[in-house]
Design a protein around this ligand. Structure first.
Ligand SMILES: *Cc1c(COP(=O)(O)O)cnc(C)c1O
Length: 356
């Protein structure tokens, strides 16, 4: 604490990201990174760009990357906004599109960064409870609001919504922006991006993506949003009032090559899906109750052990998972899907824990 902090800073409770341990031996299943490396083409592109051109500022607009994203998704580059990780994109979205008089809506159990942005930008919010099975009840969002945001699939539960449900919500919600955070969409969830193509693009739907999860580039920090050109223009106004160059040269070239390597995305996400289904069965045999997931993580609890106990017991055995000490979910663990071998190590550790 310092008396020189501004009044807002005095009241902040910052987001705490999952641990990045310095010990290499740990089996790290806590921050939903990919267990596989990024596209080799992306690494090659970064290597090729590592030269004296780094003395020059990067393209502030990131036009070549916007074009690559637009080409992949059948959109116009004017429908694409870039940021230094999707967390930065989200920050600009909260400030630029979700800050109105009415409170915004998001689930009671969701990405815990959302309330942090609300506090930082002075945005009122109301949480909408998930049902008992931890699913979003889309009808519950048909109330007046200053905006709506949720991940699809939701985090940390992994439960997906069909595109149809989101279309239904759009039809009832013409007066505020709906933001769908598709951070984990590549592991078996229907994307809403097709709704943005062509002349029927809704004015109030924004979809946020990241290269940190399925593209295995969390260390490069690239995220983007796609939507109606007028929404994107609003975000550009915020970005250009904050930092003109959020993406460096290496991030831009690496991201272009990664976006163009669909084959790598397909093989690695398919492998993660297969490992997820395999792990699910192994956990069932151990008595775990797991929420059906279309993400690269599962959300699970055991009737005989508290979440804190399981978290600590795994940590002692060199395996880190994520535990959220929040009322409705304190007995759950969020486990990132690693390689088959990492998941086998997790299962052996759990067998050992349940032996006692
Ligand atoms: C990981 C994650 C992000 C942030 O990703 P970055 O692009 O690495 O900042 C955003 N939203 C959700 C729901 C996430 O899980």
């Amino acid at each position: 604490m310092s008396r020189f902090w501004s009044p807002v800073v005095q009241t902040l409770t910052p987001y705490v990201p999952g641990e990045q341990p310095q010990i290499q031996r740990l089996v790290k299943l806590n921050t939903n990174e990919s267990p596989y490396g990024p596209s080799l083409k992306a690494l090659q592109a970064i290597t090729n760009s590592t030269n004296e051109d780094l003395r020059l500022y990067p393209d502030p607009e990131g036009l070549a990357l916007k074009q690559a994203i637009a080409d992949l998704h059948g959109l116009d580059p004017k429908q694409v906004f870039l940021g230094n990780g999707s967390d930065e994109v989200l920050a600009h979205v909260f400030q630029g599109l979700l800050k109105h008089d009415d409170p915004i809506l998001f689930p009671d159990i969701t990405y815990s960064f959302y309330p942090v942005y609300c506090k930082l930008f002075g945005i009122e919010y109301k949480t909408v409870p998930l049902n008992n099975l931890f699913n979003i009840q889309i009808e519950d969002y048909r109330i007046s609001n200053g905006g709506i945001i949720f991940p699809n699939p939701n985090a940390p539960t992994g439960s997906p919504l069909e595109r149809k449900s989101i279309e239904g919500l759009l039809a009832h919600n013409g007066n505020s922006v709906i933001v769908i955070d598709e951070a984990y969409v590549d592991y078996g969830t229907e994307s809403c991006i097709p709704l943005l193509r062509g002349a029927t693009c809704p004015e109030n739907l924004l979809i946020v993506h990241t290269l940190s999860k399925s593209r295995a580039l969390a260390g490069l920090r690239v995220g983007f949003a796609v939507g109606h050109p007028a929404l994107i223009e609003g975000l550009e106004r915020v970005k250009n009032s904050f930092n003109s160059y959020p993406l460096g040269r290496l991030a831009q070239t690496g991201a272009i090559a990664a976006i163009q390597d669909q084959a790598h995305l397909k093989t690695t996400s398919l492998k993660v899906i297969q490992t997820r289904e395999r792990l699910l069965k192994q956990l069932q045999l151990l008595g775990f109750k797991t929420v059906p997931s279309t993400a690269n993580f599962i959300f699970t609890s055991h009737p005989a052990r508290s979440g804190e106990d399981l978290y600590q017991s795994l940590r002692k055995r060199g395996i880190i998972v994520r535990h959220f000490n929040l009322p409705r979910i304190k007995d759950y663990l969020r486990i990132t899907i690693g390689t088959d071998q990492q998941c086998d190590e997790l299962v052996s550790a759990l067998q050992d824990i349940f032996k006692d």
